[in-house]
Design a protein around this ligand. Structure first.
Ligand SMILES: [Zn+2]
Length: 56
């Protein structure tokens, strides 16, 4: 994992540098960055909605 990689906030869709993210949550081995407490609570309220799907 690159320390300075940029990941997409799945809630608001912004690209967030993981070093500057509000929080990084790992679910099923995938990292999800949330830019702010608002996005975090939204993600935690309904995580399935934001998890990356397996490619068909
Ligand atoms: Zn966000």
């Amino acid at each position: 994992m690159k320390a300075n990689s940029t990941l997409r906030d799945p809630v608001c869709g912004r690209k967030v540098n993981r070093n500057k993210a509000h929080i990084v949550i790992t679910v099923n081995g995938e990292e999800y960055v949330l830019c702010c407490p608002k996005c975090q609570s939204e993600f935690e309220k309904n995580p399935e909605r934001y998890l990356r799907r397996e490619r068909p």
